[in-house]
Structure formats: structure tokens, C-alpha cells
Design a protein around this ligand. Structure first.
Ligand code: FES
Length: 478
């Protein structure tokens, strides 16, 4: 077996050394890579190792509170927990990736950890192989996905005329009195009734603004790099994206005027709710300068959804109760099947408000993540890597699947970590301007879901009995 082990040089690597000098024996299946801190691990290293043929990956750092760089392992812990959720949603056995803490003085513990990890990875590999056989034995008929049914047959009727009647005078006024330099909204003109983005700088041109159930494109992405103050006709997902862009310093709040549009969902060319809109619970933009339409709050817990889907109440921090639970066999096969459809055209990336890196990780030469051949491994790397980049940043607009010409449904993967982050860290992207994004912060008592547990370590320095750091005075703000 091959298990890639990323070990922090300050603790676990020294612990491995001590295991050697102390003659503590452990299985010879690990290939050690020395790293400066567990916080230095890019999740894509782990994904790449698995896709390149590693049976398992283990990451070990300093105990919480002992990181040489003070808080590197706290940030790492959130990333690892979310990555594990993502890999599990993609069909990897949860035990193929293991995280743990081992200090420099714990040679015997290091040996125990490796023994345990080796056993778990071996069981995971065997389990995955069995799963694959079961899925193949079930045949295609068993792979009907439940999520698509969530669309139901609900066609949409929006009070577009009413909203439009308010929208046009408002846009004219904003341009006339100089509140904004430009308004970005929608005009008719696309194929099959699709409304198109429309940029207006003169009040005379504002009559063409429309608001209807075919306003599919996300407009938030057009705001980045725009000069002057700009108003945006914002669906709730657009408004959430604007909020997140402000938090990520891509926009200044003072440069944006949010015309919030109360929204019942956007429809496809046949009048049925788009899948993301069928799942959406945020019906009113959480942040706006002016709201058009009624304040809808959020879909209540008692609202009925097709296929047993039930969603949460907005902004209260109550947990999501999304109940799509495909069997492990279906889940594992699902990712493979979606990847077979993908042609790596990157439309999902281009349509995503959150994908704005100048050079996407798949196109970087150093390190060269992608293989020359667009094989299934390259596709998996891209989609899993992108999903991790969107952890805690996705606003669930569905632009990725709307843009995909091959019909790849990858939103379920990102949704699984979006829901997980909401449940675990009580964070929903773009709902307010104050809350720190979940992946950019940590708590000393964050759950270690999926971590190796070997009983309480003797090394508890800097950690009080309740698990909080005792010396965080200024550390939390580093
Ligand atoms: Fe070891 Fe940060 S230095 S985890």
C-alpha cells in the first residue's frame, strides 16, 4: 500500500524520528513528505495524491495550541474537515484521508497512529472496491438521482410587471440625480426568452430594463473592476455574491448600490424552476439599498418541497435539514458519471462569480497540476479543487450548471460542503457584511470531525481542560 504522509517538521516529523530512534515499529506503507506546518497544506496536494494512485493520505501537525506559527493548525483543521466532507460526497471512502496531531515527544504515539491509519486505509480501499462492484451489479436503472426530481413540475408566475413598473423609474432617478454612474440590469433579447445583461449610463436608455423569470445571468461578476458607482439589479444570490466580494476586498460597499429584487426563482425555457432555484431558500436579498417587491424572508421550515426536501430559515443559524441521502453506492458512482460527461471547457468556472483568480490553479505551471491528457483524473482534480476553492464562498446561484453545455451536475458536490459549513460553523455565505467567512477564521474548540482519535494526548500544553487556548490573548487576531 502507498500512504502519503505530510508531516509538520516541528512536531510530527520529529515524532517520526523519535519513533525510529526509540525503535517503535510501524508498517512501512507511508511515504513521508516534510512540510513547514499543517497550515501549509493546500487541499489540492491531498486530492492530487489520491488521484495519482495513493491509497491513502495522512496529515499530521502540532497539537492545537502548539503550532510553531501559533494558529496554522487551527486554519488547517477547518480545511481538512471540509475537504473530508467533500471527498466523501464525491464517493471516496472517508477513511482514505486521515488527519491527526503528533508532537515531537510522541514517538510511540506516532507509531500507533501509523498502524491505525494503515489498517483504516486498507479497509477503505477494500470497501471502495466492494462498492464499485455493487454499483456495477445494480446497473444503470438504480442510478436515478433524486435531486433532479426536486424541480417538480412547478412552473413560475412572477409579478414581473409590477416589479418592472418600479424598477425603471428607480433606475432613471438614480442616473438623473447622479447617485450612480451606471446601472446593470436585464433587457430582453436572448434566445428562448432569456433576458440579457444590460448596462445603462443614461436615463434615456433605462426604459429597456426588464425583470422577469428569465433573468438567469448572474450580474455580480460584472461589478469587479468597474469604475464609478454602479447600481446592480440584484437577485438574492447576486446580492449575496456582492456581499462576499466586498468581504474579499474585490469591491467597496460605497461603490455599489444594490437594487434588491424579491425573487420566487428563475425559470428554464419551459417555465420550470431552475434546479438551484428549486433548492433556494433565500427569497429576499439579505443586503440591499432599496428593495423592490415584498420582503419574503426565507422559505419556512414547514414549506413543502418536492421529494422530501426541506430547507432552513434564513439568517437564524438554524441547521439545514436537506435530506437528500443517496446510498453510498449511488454517491460514489454519481461523481464518476458526471465526470465522464465533462469536456473540461471550464464554462462553470467562467460563469462563477467566485472564480476570479488571474490564473486558475489548473493553468498554473508551478506546480503543474493538470496532466496533458484531459482524462477523468484531470477532470476530477479540476472539479474537486474548484469545489474546495468555493468552500464557504458559494452563494448557490447554480450559474455553473446553467452554463454547462454537457449537462454536468456538479452543484451537488459544492452544495454538500456549503450545507456542511452552515451546519458545522453556522456560516451562510453573503448573508451579512460583518461575519467573518468560515474558512478565514477558526475557533479553538472547532469540531475535529473525521480526525484520528487515539485518546487524550499527554501533550496538553497551552490547552486548558475545555480545549480553549489559554494564551490566545492576541493570537486569535494574528
Ligand atoms: Fe506544526 Fe503549524 S508548525 S502544525
Amino acid at each position: 500500500m502507498k500512504i502519503v504522509a505530510f508531516l509538520c517538521t516541528w512536531c510530527s516529523y520529529a515524532g517520526a524520528d523519535l519513533a525510529g530512534t526509540g525503535r517503535n515499529q510501524y508498517p512501512p506503507d507511508i511515504r513521508v513528505i516534510r512540510i513547514p506546518c499543517s497550515g501549509r497544506i493546500n487541499p489540492i496536494y491531498i486530492i492530487k495524491a489520491l488521484l495519482e494512485g495513493a491509497d491513502g493520505v495522512m496529515v499530521s501537525g502540532c497539537h492545537p495550541g502548539d503550532c510553531h506559527y501559533l494558529v496554522g493548525n487551527y486554519f488547517a483543521r477547518r480545511r481538512f474537515v471540509v475537504l473530508k466532507q467533500l471527498l466523501t460526497a464525491a464517493g471516496f471512502d472517508e477513511n482514505r484521508v486521515q488527519f491527526t496531531w503528533v508532537s515531537a515527544s510522541e514517538g510511540a504515539r506516532f507509531a500507533d497512529v501509523v498502524k491505525d491509519v494503515t489498517q483504516k486505509v486498507a479497509a477503505a480501499v477494500e470497501h471502495e472496491a466492494t462498492q464499485g462492484e455493487n454499483a456495477r451489479a445494480q446497473g444503470d436503472g438504480s442510478l436515478v438521482l433524486t435531486q433532479g426530481v426536486a424541480q417538480g413540475d412547478g412552473s413560475l408566475v412572477l409579478s414581473a410587471g409590477l416589479a418592472q413598473g418600479e424598477l425603471i423609474p428607480l433606475c432613471k432617478k438614480l442616473l438623473e440625480d447622479g447617485t450612480v454612474d451606471t446601472v446593470i440590469g436585464f433587457q430582453i433579447g436572448g434566445e428562448m426568452g432569456l433576458s440579457l445583461p444590460y448596462f445603462v449610463s443614461s436615463p434615456d436608455e433605462a426604459d429597456k430594463f426588464v425583470w422577469n423569470n428569465r433573468c438567469v445571468p448572474m450580474l455580480a461578476d460584472y461589478l469587479r473592476g468597474k469604475q464609478g458607482k454602479t447600481a446592480i439589479v440584484a437577485k438574492p444570490c447576486d446580492a449575496r455574491a456582492v456581499v462576499n466580494l466586498i468581504k474579499e476586498n474585490q469591491l467597496k460597499r460605497d461603490d455599489v448600490y444594490i437594487i434588491g429584487m424579491s425573487c420566487d426563482g428563475i425559470a428554464d425555457s419551459e417555465g420550470k424552476l431552475l434546479p438551484a432555484c428549486a433548492d433556494c431558500t433565500v427569497k429576499t436579498p439579505p443586503v440591499y439599498d432599496v428593495l423592490i417587491g415584498e420582503e419574503k424572508g426565507t422559505q419556512g421550515e414547514n414549506a413543502s418541497f418536492p421529494n422530501g426536501l426541506r430547507s432552513k430559515t434564513m439568517g437564524t443559524g438554524s441547521p439545514v435539514t436537506q435530506t437528500i441521502e443517496p446510498s453510498p453506492c449511488l454517491d460514489s458512482d454519481r461523481f464518476q458519471r458526471e465526470m465522464e460527461k465533462c469536456i473540461l471547457c471550464y464554462s462553470c468556472r467562467q460563469s462563477c462569480y467566485g472564480c476570479y483568480c488571474k490564473t486558475c490553479f489548473v493553468e498554473r505551471g508551478e506546480p503543474d497540476w493538470q496532466t496533458a491528457e484531459p482524462d477523468i483524473g484531470a477532470k476530477m482534480l479540476y472539479h474537486l479543487g474548484r469545489a474546495m476553492h468555493l468552500a464557504g464562498r458559494c452563494v448557490e446561484c447554480g450559474a455553473c450548471e446553467n452554463a454547462c453545455a454537457s449537462g454536468v451536475d456538479i452543484r451537488y458536490l459544492i452544495k454538500s460542503i456549503t450545507d456542511f459549513i452552515e451546519e458545522t460553523y453556522d456560516y451562510k455565505t453573503g448573508m451579512d457584511l460583518e461575519t467573518e467567512p468560515a474558512m478565514l477564521t477558526y475557533k479553538a474548540d472547532d469540531p475535529e470531525t473525521g480526525f484520528q482519535c487515539f485518546g487524550k494526548s499527554e501533550n496538553t500544553s497551552n490547552t486548558d481542560t475545555e480545549g480553549d487556548i489559554t494564551n490566545t490573548g492576541g493570537v486569535a487576531n494574528v
